[in-house]
Design a binder for this molecule. Structure first.
Ligand code: ACM
Ligand code: ZN
Length: 612
């Protein structure tokens, strides 16, 4: 009996040893079959490719393994046999579909174009955490994957704050690593024009700079930094970004704002405004009355000249023309604008805005491109071929889909405004514009609104996160604001919603991916400890249990004296009973500290014993 039991136990142990390994990929692949066993990659492993396209991806993998683990692998053409990682160009599904087969004998990544690249991205996420090691174990798995949406975007405002070219490339690397495929580059706004236009050189020479910038939170009148601020990208640099993005299967969609958010352009060319100026590029944030004059033909000639060059630089099917937040006050007073309204039998200034966008759309269409605009372009009548970016909630997106227009969902109500603060208490967060969006809010959102009629749902082409940078002055803060919320964004963009599981996503895959990021220089916000929320409890005794670290390998520290916990505090023992004397209180605070020493915000539980 005893030996039988031992035998059963041995069998059990060996099964455990052969158990399937977790498949920690973000965004979660749409079909995953974990298998038993593993592939061991080491310096004897070969990387194989079958043409120029797969050779490029094979070399990406080669340099990744070299950089992360110090293992130098050789590449070869069309290798069969064991101990080979094969990148195979073959279509099974669309251009973004891929298959990834890991067995003890080898690894096959199959796809074409973006698909092969996404297979590579999934494979690197399956490798162990970085560090010098001889054997990289990858659990056996069979993955068949392709995205739910064709448009998976991330936006960056470079007007409110300017970001160096090298960082723009890093931003593209980050979004591509989570299988996003659109970089929406917000290049113009009231606070600075950031793209060189050869026909209108003052746009960047003059419009690329503002006299000073508001400091601290928006208030009126505010405090300023007394420092001239600006910068711009040359056309050569913009082309470099387009080429860099293309190699990562990312389309760059440029945005040229019209008719509002135009102060920087008007500072350079005041004759394009209703009054003729003078105008100053904005030094503070918000919405400004001074916009492009819709009555002067000169305005349209100018914008067409700008778009001619923009279209020459950016091969994207879409050109974003803004369209949001255009006050009508100046148009109401302007004789040119009023004449336009009269000449074209327009009802009011909303129809004038619609005239403006439709006229620009006609021009863009004549060049073989399409326009996207923010959801205000619905007001006064939608341009016939326009795609709508729904940002003020999803109502605009629903209205546009009901009219048969394509829609990109970016609403703040789905958490997709990544400039919003990431915790409920602003005093624990860096300066931000306000609002509130967490990884969980985004994860739980569905980009296809339930209230949208079934037959119209096909018009929802995808989603996008927006990063407005009024309060984001540095690349480090950009990273902090997008990570890890980007994980959830990529997952709702890529993964079908069936089987959504917040606990599995946050505590396993996101925690693992954060451990990977923790070994890099890239900043991210460490999520608060899971299993605890800020609360006040009335009791003489309270046991804290069930806490989970938000980053794999991180530790949880606590205090009982209302001081902020850190790695200098006590480590949470897994369970802690707190007794509170009568008429007294205790404050329990817990914080996650990662292996690299990064800290989460604390979570605070106040336990009050009101007994006399
Ligand atoms: C926007 O957030 N103004 C589109
Ligand atoms: Zn006017």
């Amino acid at each position: 009996m005893r030996s039988f039991l031992l035998g059963v136990m041995a069998l059990f142990t060996s099964t455990v040893l052969l158990a399937q390994q977790p498949v920690n990929i973000i965004p979660k692949p749409n079909s995953v079959e974990a298998k038993t066993g593993e592939f061991v990659l080491n310096s004897t492993t070969l990387i194989s490719y079958d043409n120029a396209e797969s050779k490029r991806i094979a070399e990406l993998f080669q340099s990744y393994v070299n950089n992360q683990y110090g293992i130098n692998l050789k590449t070869a053409e069309k290798k069969s046999g064991k101990n080979v990682v094969r990148f195979v160009t073959a279509a099974k599904g669309g251009d973004e579909a891929y298959q990834l087969e890991v067995s003890p004998q080898g690894i096959d990544v199959t796809g074409v174009k973006a698909g092969l690249f996404y297979g590579y991205q999934s494979l690197v996420q399956l490798l162990p955490l970085a560090g010098k090691q001889a054997d990289l174990k990858v659990g056996a798995v069979s993955i068949k994957d392709e995205p739910r949406f064709g448009y998976r975007g991330l936006h960056l405002d470079v007007s409110r704050h300017f970001f160096p070219l090298e960082f723009v490339k890093k931003y593209i690397d980050i979004l591509a690593s989570y299988k996003l495929n659109v970089f929406h580059w917000h290049l113009t706004d009231d606070q600075g024009w950031r793209l060189e236009i050869k026909k209108y050189p003052k746009l960047t020479e003059v419009g690329g700079f503002r006299k000073q910038t508001l400091i601290g939170n928006y208030k009126q009148p505010g405090d300023y930094d007394n420092t001239r601020y600006g910068g711009f990208y040359t056309q050569a640099e913009a082309r470099e970004v387009v080429a860099y993005a293309k190699e990562r299967f990312v389309t760059v969609i440029p945005e040229i704002e019209m008719p509002g958010h135009a102060l920087a352009a008007l500072q350079a060319y005041p004759e394009l405004g209703c009054t003729g100026g003078p105008y100053d590029a904005a030094q503070t944030w918000g919405v400004f009355d001074e916009v492009f004059c819709a009555g002067k033909d000169q305005t349209f000639e100018f914008l067409q000249g700008v778009l001619d060059e923009v279209i020459g630089i950016f091969p994207s099917e879409y050109i974003h023309v803004g369209g949001d937040e255009c006050p009508k006050a100046e148009w109401k007073k302007c004789p040119h604008c009023q004449k336009r309204i009269k000449d074209h039998n327009l009802k009011d200034e909303h129809e004038l805005q619609s005239y403006f966008i439709q006229r620009m759309e006609k021009y863009v269409n004549s060049k073989g491109r399409k326009i996207i605009g923010w959801d205000e372009i619905l007001e006064g009548g939608l341009a016939p071929n326009a795609t709508v970016m729904s940002w003020r909630g999803d109502a605009g997106g629903i209205a546009a889909a009901n009219e048969g227009h394509d829609v990109i969902m970016t609403p703040n109500s789905y958490g997709l405004y990544l400039d919003h603060k990431q915790g409920p208490d602003k005093n624990r967060e860096p300066l931000s514009i306000g609002g509130y969006s967490t990884m969980e809010i985004i994860y739980r959102a569905d980009p296809v609104p339930q209230k949208l009629e079934e037959s119209k749902r096909k018009y929802i082409k995808g989603i996008q996160g927006n990063l407005w940078t009024e309060y984001i002055e540095t690349p480090a803060k950009v990273e902090f604001m997008i990570l890890p919320r980007l994980f959830a964004l990529s997952e709702i963009a890529w993964t079908n919603p069936a089987g959504k599981n917040w606990k599995e996503f946050s505590e396993k895959r996101a925690a693992h991916e954060l451990a990977r990021l923790d070994r890099t220089e890239t900043r991210y916000r460490v999520p608060e400890v899971y299993g605890l929320k800020d609360t006040v409890i009335y009791a003489s005794e309270y046991t804290v249990r069930g806490l989970k670290s938000s980053v794999e390998g991180a530790k949880i520290y606590y205090t009982l004296d209302d001081y902020d916990p850190s790695e200098l505090s006590l480590e949470f023992p897994g369970q802690l009973k707190i007794t509170v004397p009568n008429g007294s209180e205790r404050v329990f605070k817990a914080t996650v500290v990662t292996p690299s020493g990064r800290k989460s915000n604390f979570v605070r539980v106040q336990i009050i014993n009101t007994k006399k």
